[in-house]
Design a protein around this ligand. Structure first.
Ligand SMILES: Cc1cc2nc3c(=O)[nH]c(=O)nc-3n(C[C@H](O)[C@H](O)[C@H](O)COP(=O)(O)OP(=O)(O)OC[C@H]3O[C@@H](n4cnc5c(N)ncnc54)[C@H](O)[C@@H]3O)c2cc1C
Length: 396
C-alpha cells in the first residue's frame, strides 16, 4: 500500500466516533479524528439536558476501553415500569428477573464524550483536528484522498462517517436515505419530584406520545416527552407551574408533585436509514447510518455496537495482513449490523404506531397484550435481553 497519513479518518467526535477512535487506537491503528464543532466540556452543574440510557452491552464496551470508572456521575436503574395511559395496562421489567443488579445507567451525553475524548487524547497514534471536515474524497485501489476544509490533503486507508443524522460524509458518498418524519418533538429537561425515583425508569404512553422519567444520580429525573410539534411548542411556552402540572397529569402523580423543572430543550423526531452503510473505502456508523425514535432509548447503544463490530472487522483485517479499507472488511461490518439496526428501527416504529392509535378495539387489544407480556416471565426476559444487549458484540 502507498504511504498514508493515517490508517482511519473518522469524521464526527460524537459518542460513536469517539468510541470507535478509542477502540482502534487501543490496537495501534493510526486514527485521524475530525469534527467541525468544538468538544463540550462536561461540568457538574447544571445537570445536562441531554442524557442517554446506556445498556449493559454499552457499559461492557466502555469498561473494555477503560473509561467506565472515569464516568463521575452515572445513575443505575434496576427496573423499568411502563403504563398505557389510555388502555390502563402496565408492565414491569426488573433486573432481578435476569439475575442482574441493574438494566442500565442514565448518563449525560457530554460526560460520555468527555471521558472518551480524554482516553483518545492520551492514546498514541490519534490525531485530533477540530474544527475540520472533509470536503472531497477520492478513493483509489490503495487509499482514499481527503481534501479538508482547511485545504489539507490526507491519504488514509478508510474514512468513517460518524457525523450524525445529517452526515456530510454520507452526502459526499451519494448514499440515499429512507426518511420518516414523526411530526413530533421530544422535550427534555431535568425535574425534581416529590417522591424519590427509587432507581426506576418510568414511561407513560399518553395519547399524544410517550413521557419518560429517567432517574438521575442527584435524585432528580430527566424527562423525555414526545409530542406533536404543535403540542410540544405549546408546552415549551408554559410557565414552570403549568409545565409541572402537565407533568403530574401525564405521570398520573406516580411520583407526586413535580416541584421544579430545569431548562427545557426540544428535538425534532424522525427515523432514517441509509440505503448502504459502505462504499469504496468509506463506511457509516451511528446516527449517520440510522436514526430511531427515542422511545426505548436505544440510538447510541446501536451506534456503539456499530463501532464495536466495525473495530472488530478492521482489526481482524489488519491482523491478517488484509486491506483494512477493503470490501471484505466493510461488507462484513454491514452484514453484521444492518439487520439488527433494521429490526430495532421497525420495533420502534411498531411501538410508536401501536401506542399512538386511539381506536377502542386496538387500545383494548394492546392493553391485553401488555398484561399478558407482564405475566409471562419468558416474554419479559426476551424483551429485557434485547434491551440490555445481551447478545451484543464485545471489543477485541
Ligand atoms: C430526545 C432524545 C433522547 C435520546 N435518548 C437516548 C437514550 O436514552 N439512549 C440511547 O441509546 N440513545 C438515545 N438517543 C439517541 C442518541 O442521542 C443518538 O443516537 C446519539 O447521540 C448519536 O451519536 P452519534 O455519535 O452517532 O452522532 P452525533 O451525536 O450526532 O455526533 C455527530 C458528531 O459529528 C460532528 N459533525 C456533524 N457534521 C459534521 C461535519 N460536516 N464535519 C465534521 N463533523 C461533523 C458533530 O459536531 C458531532 O460531534 C436519544 C435521542 C434523542 C433525540
Amino acid at each position: 500500500m502507498s504511504r498514508t497519513d493515517a490508517d482511519v479518518a473518522i469524521q464526527g467526535a460524537g459518542m460513536v466516533g469517539l468510541l470507535l477512535a478509542a477502540a482502534l487506537a487501543r490496537h495501534g491503528l493510526r486514527v485521524m479524528l475530525l469534527d467541525n464543532a468544538g468538544l463540550p466540556q462536561w461540568q457538574t452543574q447544571p445537570y445536562s439536558q441531554r442524557v442517554c440510557a446506556i445498556n449493559l452491552a454499552s457499559e461492557r464496551l466502555l469498561r473494555v476501553l477503560g473509561v467506565w470508572d472515569a464516568l463521575q456521575r452515572v445513575s443505575p436503574f434496576r427496573a423499568i415500569r411502563v403504563w398505557d395511559a389510555l388502555g390502563g395496562g402496565q408492565i414491569v421489567f426488573d433486573a432481578a428477573d435476569l439475575g442482574e443488579p441493574h438494566l442500565g445507567h442514565i448518563i449525560e451525553n457530554d460526560l460520555i464524550r468527555s471521558v472518551l475524548h480524554q482516553s483518545v487524547r492520551a492514546a498514541t497514534g490519534v490525531q485530533i483536528r477540530i474544527p475540520a471536515c472533509v470536503q472531497r474524497l477520492e478513493p483509489d485501489d490503495e487509499a482514499v484522498t481527503l481534501r479538508l476544509s482547511d485545504g489539507t490533503r490526507l491519504r488514509v486507508a478508510l474514512v468513517v462517517g460518524a457525523d450524525g443524522a445529517r452526515s456530510a460524509i454520507r452526502e459526499l458518498l451519494g448514499i440515499p436515505v429512507r426518511l420518516g418524519r414523526y411530526a413530533q418533538k421530544a422535550i427534555v429537561a431535568p425535574i425534581r419530584t416529590e417522591i424519590a425515583h427509587g432507581e426506576i425508569a418510568r414511561q407513560w404512553f399518553l395519547p399524544g406520545g410517550p413521557l419518560a422519567f429517567l432517574p438521575l444520580a442527584d435524585g432528580r429525573c430527566s424527562i423525555v416527552w414526545s409530542l406533536s410539534s404543535a403540542e410540544a411548542e405549546a408546552r415549551l411556552a408554559f410557565d414552570e407551574t403549568a409545565f409541572c402540572e402537565a407533568l403530574v397529569h401525564g405521570s398520573a402523580g406516580r411520583l407526586g408533585n413535580v416541584l421544579e423543572v430545569g431548562e427545557r430543550g426540544a428535538f425534532p423526531l424522525y427515523r432514517l436509514h441509509a440505503a448502504r452503510y459502505c462504499t469504496e473505502r468509506a463506511v457509516l456508523v451511528g446516527d449517520a447510518a440510522h436514526v430511531i425514535h427515542p422511545l426505548a432509548g436505544q440510538g447510541v447503544n446501536q451506534g456503539f455496537q456499530d463501532a464495536a463490530v466495525l473495530a472488530n472487522a478492521v482489526i481482524d483485517a489488519q491482523r491478517r495482513g488484509r486491506d483494512i479499507g477493503g470490501r471484505l472488511a466493510l461488507r462484513r461490518y454491514e452484514r453484521a449490523r444492518r439487520g439488527d439496526n433494521l429490526l430495532m428501527e421497525w420495533s420502534m416504529e411498531g411501538f410508536h404506531q401501536l401506542f399512538t392509535r386511539r381506536r377502542l378495539p386496538l387500545v383494548r387489544l394492546r392493553s391485553l397484550g401488555l398484561g399478558m407480556t407482564h405475566r409471562s416471565a419468558s416474554a419479559k426476559r426476551f424483551f429485557m435481553r434485547r434491551a440490555i444487549g445481551a447478545d451484543a458484540s464485545i471489543l477485541p
